[in-house]
Design a protein around this ligand. Structure first.
Ligand SMILES: [Ca+2]
Ligand SMILES: [Ca+2]
Ligand SMILES: [Ca+2]
Length: 177
């Protein structure tokens, strides 16, 4: 065998060993919660666990238990800590919000209020969890600072809602073995 063939052979073994270990480590689980046993689950929870680390959790909720799901929240994790959230309202608004988290606090959020696939508002947060800047993003992706009255409205909303949001951002999830 030439050196190149030997190298290819070793690479193939490495790839097989890696894919086998990945296959062993990553596990998908689904929990279905139907508290009143009427056949409509109120929550369906899909989790992806790598070894003992939760890496992704998708929760589909039917808050009024009418058989039609109302919201989907996907959380991704890094080293057991929440790193980002994707939240979609499954109604005609189709409103979608993404939150990016660092050290247990939101640092950036963007919002597609009318559900057309474009995230037209972006928020940058200070350490107090209140927006320090808000941008409107046009369809080309170009940001410009939000008008002062709109910015003030958001500051007021987040000042009020900040304590409510906190626990959702700081959750450190333990994975059952
Ligand atoms: Ca039910
Ligand atoms: Ca519903
Ligand atoms: Ca939009």
């Amino acid at each position: 065998m030439t050196k190149t063939l030997v190298a290819l052979f070793l690479l193939a073994i490495a790839v097989i060993a890696w894919s086998t270990s990945v296959g062993d480590a990553v596990k998908n689980t689904r929990e279905i919660h139907d508290r009143n046993n009427d056949g409509n689950p109120e929550r369906i929870v899909d989790s992806v666990v790598d070894g003992t680390n939760l890496v992704r959790r998708t929760v589909i909720s039917d808050t009024n238990d009418d058989g039609v799901p109302d919201q989907k929240i996907i959380s991704c994790y890094r080293n057991g800590k929440k790193a980002c959230m994707f939240w979609r309202h499954m109604d005609q608004s189709n409103r979608t919000t993404r939150i990016f988290i660092s050290e247990g606090r939101q640092v950036l959020m963007d919002d597609d209020e009318n559900g057309d696939g474009y995230f037209e508002t972006m928020f940058i947060f200070g350490t107090n969890g209140i927006p320090s800047a808000v941008f409107k993003i046009d369809k080309e992706g170009i940001p410009s600072p939000a008008p002062e009255d709109e910015f003030n409205k958001y500051v007021e909303e987040f000042s009020f809602g900040n304590e409510v949001i906190k626990p959702f951002l700081q959750t450190i999830v333990e994975v059952k073995k």
